[in-house]
Design a binder for this molecule. Structure first.
Ligand code: GLA
Length: 410
């Protein structure tokens, strides 16, 4: 008998390494792309809107451009049933989440959902505290593919424990679900969450303003430029499978066309998740053009997965570089001035630099790159000579610098 006990104990010990807590690997090798309901609809969501968004993601080509996650944010919840399993709001989602997931999947998309580590969500719906394993099971049963996990009502809860608990619950439920952590950067998740989530919010909420701070009773929301400034020191923490999340996009939510272009470009340069937040069923051609620019998306989705670097700021201009695969670079100048159009000359030789995060050098002194303008979609010479450039107010120029031999005429 004792022998059997000893053998059982040894076997259990041998099994421990394979039972190691883990997140699902391989789900976010490039920054996740999709749409989320919060920025436009807040709590005013229902299944008709979500189905309509699914339809339009296919019809407009967004799905085929890479936006595959359709994420329901706060306020989809009803009550827990008698066994404690969460149910959808029966008025807003009368067909239930499983039927919605089936519909979304039939369109070749994936469905995301939202919960909170605390007792209640930020919108006052039931949180997952004390129900983590049950909620994970329910999501897996419904066919959920993505979970955004918020941080309201979490007094006296330890973030590392709370997020690891939900990660383990998701893993135990067995369905690969991408785990998006939303604790606003309070506990510096970039320093501890690489093996916990696939992305972590780095800041408080974004608002639909290019350059402003919006104060509310007890909290603050941030314009795109304010959020951008908070990412500066974090680039070394991001990479394939684990991304800094500067919050969802506000493109198409009231910014000017220039601002939309600048916002989308900067989120692409910093390898941010590209989660759209506008009403895709009603967008201007200009908005569509921004979010569907495949060459800009390719900068964001570059397999190297390196977050871009601001290497120079002068007056209202910021100069950014992002290393890409095959020794290419994305190069961008952002003009933060509200009114002033700026004409300047790029002297590539001043931008010879070594990036220790990617271990790559621009090497303008030994290499000539061809310049492709990703917004005008034109070839614009090469880096062998000085380049004159005009940057409109609150706008960008964005180039892909490549070393491929030129084909066709000069
Ligand atoms: C928090 C999050 C937002 C959104 C709302 C929903 O503020 O940061 O992104 O999910 O909650 O209530």
């Amino acid at each position: 008998m004792r022998k059997i006990t000893v053998i059982t104990c040894l076997l259990a010990l041998l099994c421990i390494p394979s039972m190691k807590a883990q997140k699902f690997e391989g789900l976010a090798l490039t920054p996740p792309m999709g749409w989320n309901s919060w920025n436009k609809f807040a709590c005013n969501i229902d299944e008709t809107i979500i189905r309509g968004i699914a339809d339009v993601m296919v019809e407009t080509g967004l799905r085929d451009a890479g936006y595959i996650y359709l994420n329901i944010d706060d306020c989809w919840h009803g009550e827990r049933d008698s066994l404690g399993f969460i149910q959808a709001d029966p008025v807003k989602f009368p067909s239930g989440i499983k039927a919605l997931a089936d519909y979304v999947h039939s369109k070749g998309l994936k469905l995301g959902i939202y919960s909170d580590a605390g007792r209640k969500t930020c919108g006052g719906r039931p949180g997952s505290f004390g129900h983590e394993y049950q909620d994970a099971l329910q999501y897996a049963k419904w066919g959920i593919d993505y979970l955004k996990y918020d941080w309201c009502e979490t007094q006296n809860i330890n973030p590392i424990g709370a997020y690891n608990l939900m990660r383990d619950a998701l893993h135990a439920a067995g369905r690969p679900i991408l785990f998006s952590m939303c604790e606003w950067g309070n506990s510096k998740p970039w320093t501890w969450a690489k093996n916990t989530g696939h992305l972590w919010r780095t800041t408080g909420d974004i608002t639909n303003c290019f350059d402003c701070v919006s104060r509310h009773p007890g909290w603050v929301s941030w314009g795109t430029m304010q959020i951008l400034d908070m990412q500066d020191t974090l680039r070394k923490y991001a990479g394939p499978g684990h991304w800094n999340d500067p919050d969802m996009l506000e493109v198409g939510n009231g910014l000017t066309d220039n601002q939309n272009r600048a916002h989308f470009t900067m989120w692409s340069m910093i390898a941010a998740p590209l989660i759209l937040g506008n009403d895709l069923r009603n967008m201007t051609p200009a908005t569509k053009e921004v979010i569907l620019n495949k060459e800009v998306i390719a900068i964001n989705q570059d397999p190297l997965g390196v977050q871009g670097l601001k290497f120079l700021a002068a007056d209202s201009l910021e100069y950014w570089l992002k290393p890409l695969e095959n020794d290419e670079w994305a190069f961008c100048i952002l003009n933060r001035s509200k009114e002033t159009v700026i004409n300047t000359t790029i002297d590539w030789q001043k931008f010879n630099l070594y990036d220790d995060v990617s271990d790559k050098s621009t090497a303008f002194d030994s290499k000539v790159y061809n310049i492709r303008n990703l917004w005008t979609k034109k070839e614009e010479g090469n880096t062998a000579s000085l380049k004159k450039v005009t940057i409109p107010a609150q706008d960008v120029v964005l180039y892909r610098l490549n070393v491929k031999p030129k084909t066709g005429k000069k």
